[in-house]
Design a protein around this ligand. Structure first.
Ligand code: SAM
Length: 290
């Protein structure tokens, strides 16, 4: 059985199958047993867990997850990996590999088809870099029955996910992730443990889905429009930034609305916490100003 944590064995495996990594699909394969173990431990798997993995690649995380979980459903876009995965996952009868696009696939649906139930399940992935943020947003907002995410992302994205108000990393992604989950930065992964080597380091984050969002919001579309608008022009005051994003609302009305929400209109968006964005959304909603 190929040692997927040994770079020379991984190169031979790819050569044998005539497989070439596709940069356009974010194919940087992890070749470090210690990091694989840390990812799996962070998901605290037990024999009752179902895992969904996005992008199994050569199967290095898939194999390790299959040893601990009840079922693993792995979703891979690149059909060229089919013969490789048939070899590396041979004999693991609790693994199902599905070929499809994570940006379009109904995850609850494939879990249901493969396991007979629709979750909750844990999502583990070394995410393809080219779609990290839109994919995280899709998974959070879709309502899929994911209880926990343990995901590897670019270092800079991990910092943005875990950032708190006031810092330069804090932005729309931080608010969105923290609205739906309790987010924690776990550990850094150096670029040297991948084939081929990416240009930046990575990090693993853990997102535990909240039983209900962190702030009470009646209109999520409006809430996220306010959040995006507030960070769209970071150097502007919240009044000016929202004045641009909601240019149909007269400036004076917007100023009063911010005051009513308890927000000083001279503050910058990046200093506002979740509850403060929710308070602005609440005021706008009650005045029917979307
Ligand atoms: N899990 C493997 C590892 O850690 O070595 C591979 C990780 S690699 C960073 C990302 C994987 O996601 C690749 O196998 C790639 O083909 C796959 N992928 C890229 N875009 C995808 C998409 N839209 N849906 C599903 N898988 C995708």
């Amino acid at each position: 059985m190929t040692d997927l944590a040994a770079p020379s064995a991984v190169r031979k495996l790819m050569e044998r199958h005539g497989f070439h990594c596709r940069k356009s699909l974010g194919q940087n394969f992890l070749v470090d047993a210690n990091i694989v173990n840390k990812i799996i431990s962070s998901a605290a798997l037990d024999g009752e867990d179902t895992v969904v993995e996005i992008g199994p690649g050569l199967g290095v995380i898939t194999r390790a997850a299959a040893m601990r979980a009840k079922k693993v459903v792995s979703l891979e876009l690149d059909r060229g990996l089919k013969p490789v995965l048939e070899e590396t996952l041979q004999g693991l009868d609790n693994v199902h590999v599905i070929f499809g696009d994570a940006m379009e696939t109904d995850l609850d649906g494939i879990v249901g088809a493969c396991t007979g139930h629709r979750g909750p399940y844990k999502l583990i992935a070394n995410l393809p870099y080219y779609i990290t943020t839109p994919l995280i947003m899709r998974l959070l907002r879709s309502g899929f029955n994911i209880s926990l995410f343990v995901i590897m992302v670019q270092q800079e994205v991990a910092e943005r996910i875990a950032a708190l108000p006031g810092g330069k990393e804090y932005g729309s992604l931080s608010v969105a992730v923290q609205y739906y989950t309790e987010a924690g930065y776990l550990f850094r992964v150096p670029r040297t443990v991948f084939i081929p080597r990416p240009e930046v380091d990575s990090a693993v984050v853990r997102l535990a889905r909240r039983s209900k969002p962190a702030a009470e919001v009646r209109d999520e579309e409006l809430f996220f429009k306010i959040v995006r608008g507030s960070f769209g022009q970071r150097r502007k005051t919240i009044l000016n930034a929202l004045g641009t994003a909601f240019d149909h609302i007269p400036r004076e009305k917007l100023r009063k609305l911010l005051m009513a929400a308890g927000i000083d209109p001279g503050r910058r968006g990046e200093t506002l916490g979740l509850a403060e964005f929710a308070a602005i959304a609440g005021e706008m909603h009650s005045l029917d100003l979307r």
